[in-house]
Design a binder for this molecule. Sequence first.
Ligand code: HEC
Ligand code: HEC
Length: 614
Amino acid sequence: VSASPSRARKEAGLLVTLVCSVFAAEPKYLNPIELAVSPDGARLYIVCEGSDELTVVEAQSGKVLSRVAVGKVPKGIALSSNGATIFVANSWSDTVSAIDAQRLQVAKTYRAGFEPTGVAVSGNALYTANRIGNDVSVIDLSTGDETRRLPAGRGASYLAMFPSGVSLVSTNIYPEIGPSRSIPQSELTTINAQGSYVTHREAMVNAAGMFHTAFSKDGRLGITAQIRPKNLIPLAHVEHGFALGNSILVFGDEIGEPVQLLIDELDRYYSMPFGVAITPNAAYVSTTGADSVTVIDTSKLAAFIHSLSPRDRKRAGNDLSAAAHFVSKRIDVGRSPKGVALSPDGSRLYVANRLDDSVSVIDTAANKVERVIQLGGPEELTPRRRGERLFYNARFSFQKQFSCAGCHIEGTFDGLTWDLEPDGFGIDIVDNKPLEAVDGTEPFKWNGGNPDLETECGIRTEKFFYRSQSYSNQELADLVQFIKAMPARPNRFRAANGELTAAQERGQSIFERNKRKNGAPIPEELQCGTCHSGPKYTNQVSTSVGTKKPVDRSGLFDTPHLVNIALTAPYLHDGSARTLEEIWTVFNPDDKHGVTNDLSKDELNDLIEYLKTL
Ligand code: HEC
Ligand code: HEC
């Protein structure tokens, strides 16, 4: 055998390349999402949700000092008042890591509620806003015990402590579940930090998707980044005004009655406001979909608000010319800017560019990017990563109004029902759907109208959503890769070992039953598991289960998958069922959607306990 060594090497090389391309794991992008500055201004603490780390950087040199491993998908950060401890909320582990700032090691881990996202600390009390618990945990730092769980808005995610430390506010990313087709409503929850009780739950009408809040140093001005959706109007009207109003909520003693104001302009939008910071002169709002930071002149903002009559204050939220009165600049930063933090002297603003693995440093006197700190993420750019960048960027839509992430918040949903298709007002209303775990559940849409993700994300988007530049084939393929790979969050209702509780087991036998309680057989087509079958609980077939409403053009719906179904209220194609119970207690009078009318209240509860584990 005389195979030339060079050829053998070549073949071996080819084999290695082949094996690598089949088995190569997606590189771990860092995805910096939030950051904080040490009290002396010397260090940046950056929460990297992609690599499950806290990255510690020397602010002056931009040098990475340490990468501290924390829990899964960390999303929130807070420092103790002396800066000795850094708290990081691990959203998928339901914990908070307390990191010793000197040794840069995790010193202790606290248990929190479901999906702790925002974190705050006051003296001995640690708070977490729990996104899927819809509440705020209060943890006693001396004992490590969770002493209270306070009610907050749906999808409670962000906390901000008043400068005085006597109270804090929580905001929520999903609107409350109201009657079908009602105006969405969110809330600003105020919590007393000393007594740890809720002092105020103020409704924010027409806000859905509220993100970070910041206060002026004197605590008299508060600003929250938020979205004002026009989901009740056919999306085709996107040209006339806006579909997702990128806005701020302005409140506090200096303002009086809270006011909502758009930061968009008449013909140019600044999609997905997220992080907020306030200096003595200006407020900075990161806009994730626009790769920029909006600078607001706070004295002009207050003057503008005070110039409004009480009646105009209420209507100001839809005025696309308002921003001209107080926005002083838009600063371009890296891709998908998220969390922002000021240096202690206010001279620098640090911005976490989530999809660039970098931090932009803005000189707040000049309002210019002075430098960019690279955090050392993978250099390779995979199709999935490119797709993720498309998903979060609004440049494809008319006037850069919105991105996929505007409605599918962080890949999930927005809790809203939309009037998507240009078929007249109020026809074929559809509840939004989360995108985690959609791979393998085709066809897509409630009516099963789109056979694959390429159609769902491409043609449909061009025609009905963006009304603008469409994706190239390459871009569409990348976007689909990203969506296919989107992982489902861990189910919080199933025990870690997979075992079911007694109630969940009873519910499972109801789900699987083929006889009514009186012994009469249930035809196969009415057994839950016939339609909700397979790994994601869908047979991928369209049927009618008696849920057609007068405004629907058809009563045929594709069997929805049931992965993490507990989290996605409201239910049914039009969001008419506010709870899982209502699917059967209100919308199944004739037992067309499975046989449920012979079940007692307790038995229906058991069924629901089981559904939550899927
Ligand atoms: C205006 C809000 C909005 C925007 C923007 C939006 N979606 Fe959706 N999305 C929805 C709604 C509402 C549904 C449910 C539609 C239906 O079933 O008829 C949906 C459904 C989907 C589905 C099907 C899920 C399933 O289980 O059937 C996918 C996939 C999807 N969207 C991806 C995207 C992508 C990718 C983008 C960006 C290109 C995007 N969406 C932008 C609101 C939106
Ligand atoms: C004949 C097929 C079929 C059977 C049998 C069936 N389902 Fe469904 N299921 C569907 C369809 C189709 C929908 C969507 C209906 C709509 O949106 O109006 C649905 C919706 C649901 C939803 C709401 C999903 C969401 O995201 O809003 C749940 C939960 C559910 N089914 C559970 C069950 C349970 C539990 C049973 C048995 C008691 C059952 N289904 C029996 C086809 C079926």
